[in-house]
Every structure is written in C-alpha cells, then in structure tokens.
Write a protein that binds this ligand. Structure first.
Ligand code: GCV
Length: 693
C-alpha cells in the first residue's frame, strides 16, 4: 500500500516525465543521432556491461593529444548512454602510445585479464577507430570482455565528396541545404560539423572534399582558405583531412594570368604559391580534387595537354604534402563514340604517366551512377596508376531521398567483380581509396530519408573493409539506428537488401539506363530525344524502335565490350547465357527475344516492372508491421516516404510501359494492367521545382 506522501511523489515524478518526455523523445528520435545513438542496453547485455563496469584510462606513458581525448570522451559518453554504471570495477585501456594520427589507424581490441579490455595500436588514430569499433560492438549487445578485433583499413583514402556550393545549395542534394555555412565561417562553426566528424570517424572516413567538383575558383581565395582552416582544425582530432575541389582555370579566373596551361611556368608558379598559402594555414591539407574537361569544366585539354600533364602540374605544386585526385568522369562533345567507352579511351593510354601523388578517381560504372551498370572497365586496366572508386551516396538516379534504396548491394556488385586482371575491383583501388558523393545536408536527420543514413554508413564501412557483406552492414546499421529487437531486424534487414533491386526493376530493368527526366533526373522520360548532345538523351541509351531495344556494345555495335579482358567480356557476349540483369546494356534485341524465363523480352520487361512495384508494396507492408518497434516520429517519416515510393514506382512502370508500347505497337502481356494514363499525360508532366539541380 502506498502512503499519501509516496503517491504525491510518484505523481509528481510522472508529471515531470510527461512534461519532459515529448521533448526528449523528439530530440532523441528525430534521426540526428545517426549510428551514435547508443540506446540503453537491456537484459543480459546490460547485466554484462554492469558487471564489467569499466573506467576509461590511457596506458602508462601515453602522450596526450586531442585525438586520444576524443577517443576517451566518446567511450565515456557511449558507455554512459548504453547504461554503464558510474561505479567502476573494470577498465578499458587505451594503449596507443604515439601522439598524432599519422598512422593508418590499424587497431586491436583484446581482453587482458578478467576485467580489462585493451584497445591497442601505433598511434592515437588507432585508439580513435578502436573506441568507435568497441562502442559499435557494445551497441549491438555483444559481451564486452569477449570482444576481440584485429582490424586495419583496406585503403588509405576513405572519403566523402560534397557537391556543395558556396551559396549553400547542393548539386544533387536532397537533404536540405549545405552543412557548410561559408558565410558565417570562420567565426562561427556550427556544432553540426563536429557531430558530422564524429559520425565519420565512427565509420573510418578520413577525408572530405568540402565543395562541388563543378567548382568556382573563389574557393581558392584567401577568405575561403581561412574558413577551411577553421573546419580543418575542428576535424583534425577526428582524423579527417580536408580536400578542396579546384577549378583548373583558377590562375586565369582569380590569378590574373592570361593562361591556365599546365606547362606554362607562370601557371606552375601560381599553383605552387597557392599550395604554399594553403599549407601555411592547414599543414595537413589533403589536396585537390579536380573535374577537368568534363561537362564544360576547364582542363588541360583546353591547351592541347593531357590529363596527366594537368594532374602532374598540380601534384608538383602540392609536393609530398598532399594528393591530387583527378576524376576520370569525362565524355566529350566532339567524340561521337559510345559515351561508355570514352573515359577508358582517354585514360588507359596514360597509365604510368601520372605522378605517385596523383590518384585517378573512377565511377563505379562506365556511364553515370545508374541504378545498375557493369563495373567500369578502367578498374584493373591501369596497373601503374593509383585508382580510386567513386560511388554516389546521394541518390540522383535512384529516386532522391524519398525512395528507400540501400546501396551496399550496388557498391558490392562492383567491388566484388573480378576484373580478369588478377583481382577484384576492390583490389584495384587498394592503393587509392573510395570516395562517395555525400548525401548529407541540413535536414535534422542529415540525409532526408532515414534509411539514407544507411548509405552513408555503408559507404564508410565498405571503404574500411570491402569484404563486409551487405547483410552484415544492414544489420549493424539497423540495430544501432533503430533497435536491436530480433523480430525487427529479421523483417527490416531483408527489406533493405532487396530495396535496390526493386528500384532497378521499376526504373531501369534488364540493363536499361539513363531514362530519367532531363536535368533534374526525377521520374521517367524515355521519350526524350531532342537534346543537343546525343548522349544527353534517354533514346541514345535505350535505342528502342519497332524492331527491338537495347544498346549493342558487342563487336557489331560500339564494341565497348572489348574494353574488358576477354574472360570478363565472354560473360556478357552471348545474350542467351549471360546475366540478364545487364542484358540491354550490352545487346540490342528484338522484342520477341526469348529470355531465360521463357517469356519474350517484352513480357519479361513488363514482368520486371511489375515485380518492382510489388516489391515496394511489400516494403511498405513490412514497415507498417514495425510500428511497435520504432518511435512514432521516425516510423511516420519512413511510412510517408514509402507512400511516395509506391506512387512513383507505379508512375515509372506505367510511363515506361506506355512509351515502349508506343514504340513497339505490342499489346500488353497477358494479365498485365494497362497504364493508369496515356502517354501524353506522362510526357506533359514537368517538375521545374525538383531539388538538386
Ligand atoms: C557534379 C552527373 C551529374 C552532375 C555531376 C556529374 C559529375 O552528370 O548529373 O550533376 O556534376 O555527374 O559527376 O561530375
């Protein structure tokens, strides 16, 4: 029986809770915390943590430093949040004697005695990564004293490329405005930039290019260098080096020179002086990222020089202090060969001519971040050049941030592909790294859609270890971000794993590509055929006519297939035996071609569209069943986005089917539903307000 006073006290406590909880819940569960949420452990996992009850301590003789301080602070914060008691019995010892973070971050975690866990490595960076790795294990509910890890990063550069503009807009950004408030910097540094660095360090990201590759030269002006310095100083303890996208014509644009010719001595002096100026402010400046002679950007070819001439000139300016990341995303207005062949044709002959501090950055596929492409033939084809893998985390071509598509399977498909030259794509970039075009913005949850956080997370995890499976990554992300409940994970992990294939099916099945609306790339527009450059038109890619559909890239067509080694090309040469997921990427086939299912090509195409639409319906139903496992706010956000995706998957299917029918004149396969509207309806839709342009 409760006494009067007790009842009053309890009531008061309940009222206080009621008053606080909506605010606290909103703060805690709006997605801002990302994978650093460290939700309190329960049951056995909590009991184990309580028994261990560690304090965090540095090994005797350890030199102090800001990076080690971050590791300690993160451990303390994470442990407290997970439910570790204040009274300590055990210890987590940080045994990373050397200060600084110049090492690669390799770490070991092992139990040392009954109540002590040691995180060990060469320098403070090892303890930084080890601390986050341990917290991840604990957040997944693992027994602390059973944690035994021995890890090292697979590649030196694990990078995010922001396509953020100086005015705060973001090219291909679907999560609000840029997180970089250049106008208020350097005096004001948004707290968000620290949380961003924490989230990155937790997944091993060690480099960030802060501005769009379509870069104006102003980013190289002194006022921007001062702003960048503020960011670099703030991120240094988190192990992140800053890079700048540099406009190749800067010596002309802001330097007062008459030329930007890379072989001109005045131009070379200008870049050297600019590099010195940057290094005076930012001693660990990462280097320059350059988009040259691509989509209207200036470059060395404007002066009859090669990509190697341009990149090496910048490498000479940086010296051993930094790295030039030179993008291979090129296709030319004057080149009427297959766009998919052009990067290889321009770059492979230059193998061996790039300086050691130049890395050539290659998109995962030969065209442009499509829902599915075969891997880029440059991987493995330049053994004397350091290469980097470029993936797009922001979903320019996969439904922006309102479609749920977990991209680990897309990147794994490329990374795991054998190049036929003695290794996989992942092997080909071990000396360079991986760069992901960021999907991060000012939205409270960072990425627009909650599940888009998983793509940021997955990219970092794969750059650290491309051997991880998509399923492992999905499981650890979902458990940290939403909840550890087994039933929830059993439903949501498969949903994530199938989501990218669903997008492929309702947008670009069977190897079709680049059928999106002009400029904004939102929604279907396979009918577009009147843009000035052929390769800007969807009809260039699908080549559909009454006789058939698909791009012949065999010897009878563009012969892009010949850019792959014979053993790889052989897999795609015969449409009868090949993987049909990329069938129409390589072949132009008649509509009545018999696919392996026994269906005609036309019927198979419609079948896959329908499969994609049905998969999204299943995803929505799966999510709907998770209401009890997810906080109300994030549950509703995801449910709302899935409704958008359900509607837009149907739109993609119907508009595409209506268009193909207008071309092939065929009736719908038996049982297929007619499009909701006629083709004229879909063609008339316009979206001048679409984000990200
Ligand atoms: C930054 C695609 C995108 C462009 C992007 C370009 C690139 O073409 O649509 O917005 O420009 O890729 O990767 O440079």
């Amino acid at each position: 029986m409760m006494r009067g006073r007790e009842v009053v006290n309890r009531l008061a406590a309940m009222l206080l809770l009621l008053a606080l909880s909506p605010v606290q819940a909103a703060r805690a569960e709006d997605g801002y915390a990302l994978w650093l949420r460290y939700a309190p452990l329960k049951g056995e996992a909590l009991a184990r943590l309580r028994t261990f009850a560690p304090r965090v301590e540095a090994a005797p003789g350890t030199v102090e430093g800001p990076m080690l301080a971050v590791a300690e602070a993160e451990l303390k914060r994470g442990l407290a949040s997970l439910g570790a008691p204040a009274q300590t019995k055990g210890a987590i010892r940080l045994d990373c004697p050397r200060a600084g973070g110049g090492g690669d971050g390799a770490f070991r975690i092992h139990a040392d005695g009954k109540r002590r866990l040691v995180i060990a490595g060469a320098d403070h960076r090892a303890c930084l990564y080890g601390a986050f790795a341990l917290l991840r294990e604990l957040a997944l509910g693992r027994d602390p004293l059973a944690v035994a890890l021995d890890e090292h990063p697979a590649m030196p550069l694990r990078m995010l490329d922001h396509w953020d503009n100086a005015d705060g807009s973001v090219e291909r950004g679907y999560a609000g405005r840029s997180i970089f408030d250049w106008w208020r910097l350097p005096d004001h540094l948004d707290r968000r930039l620290i949380d961003y660095a924490r989230a990155n360090a937790a997944i091993g990201i060690d480099a960030v290019a802060v501005n769009n590759v379509n870069a104006p030269a102003i980013f190289l002006e002194p006022r921007f260098i001062a702003r960048l310095k503020r960011i670099a100083d703030a991120w240094r303890p988190y192990g992140i080096r800053v890079f700048l996208s540099a406009r190749f014509s800067a010596p002309r644009d802001i330097g007062g020179l008459a030329t930007a010719d890379p072989l001109d001595p005045g131009v070379r002096r200008w870049w050297k002086a600019k590099a010195d100026e940057i290094y005076a402010a930012i001693p660990d400046f990462g280097g320059f990222l350059v988009k040259a002679n691509s989509e209207g950007q200036p470059g060395p070819q404007d002066y009859g020089r090669s990509h190697a001439d341009g990149a090496n000139m910048l490498a000479a300016a940086l010296g051993p202090r930094g790295t030039v990341i030179w993008r291979a995303f090129v296709y030319s207005a004057d080149d009427d060969s297959d766009r998919a062949k052009q990067a290889y044709a321009e770059f492979v002959p230059l193998d061996g001519r790039f300086a050691d501090t130049v890395i050539v950055q290659v998109k995962n596929g030969p065209v442009d971040f499509q829902p599915r492409e075969p891997f880029h033939p440059m991987f493995g084809a330049m053994p004397k050049t350091r290469l980097m893998f470029e993936g797009q985390i922001t979903k320019e071509y996969l439904g922006f941030s309102t479609h749920l598509a977990f991209l680990a399977p897309l990147w794994k498909e490329a990374l795991d592909a054998g190049t036929g030259r003695g290794g996989t794509v992942a092997d080909a970039v071990r000396g360079g790294g991986m760069a992901g075009v960021a999907n991060i913005g000012s939205d409270r949850n960072w990425t627009g859609g909650h599940f888009d956080q998983a793509n940021w997370y997955a990219f970092g995890r794969l750059a650290w270890n491309p051997g991880l499976t998509s399923a492992d990554i999905a499981r650890e992300w979902a458990a940290q971000t939403f909840g550890r409940d087994a039933a929830f994970l059993k439903a949501v992990v498969p949903m994530m794993l199938g989501s990218r294939q669903a997008v492929v099916d309702y947008m670009t099945p069977l190897g079709l590509a680049h059928l999106m609306g002009t400029n904004h790339h939102y929604g279907p527009a396979p009918w577009v055929c009147d843009l000035p450059r052929p390769e800007w038109n969807p009809c260039y890619y699908h080549r559909a006519d009454a006789g058939g559909i698909g791009f012949d890239r065999t010897a009878s067509g563009s012969d892009a297939l010949a850019q792959y080694v014979p053993s790889v090309a052989a897999k795609w040469r015969d449409p009868k035996t090949m993987d049909e997921d990329v069938l129409l990427w390589f072949h132009h086939l008649p509509w009545d071609w018999r696919t392996r299912s026994g269906r005609s090509l036309w019927a198979e195409l419609v079948h896959r569209y329908d499969r994609g639409v049905a998969a999204v319906d299943t995803m929505a139903a799966t999510w709907d069943a998770q209401r009890a496992h997810v906080d109300a706010e994030r549950f509703a956000d995801v449910a709302g986005d899935l409704r958008v995706q359900q509607r837009e998957a149907r739109w993609w299917r119907d508009a595409s089917v209506a268009y193909w029918q207008s071309v092939n004149g065929l009736p719908l396969p038996e049982g297929a539903a007619p499009p909701a509207h006629n083709l004229a309806h879909y063609r008339a839709l316009a979206f001048p307000e679409a984000p990200g342009i």
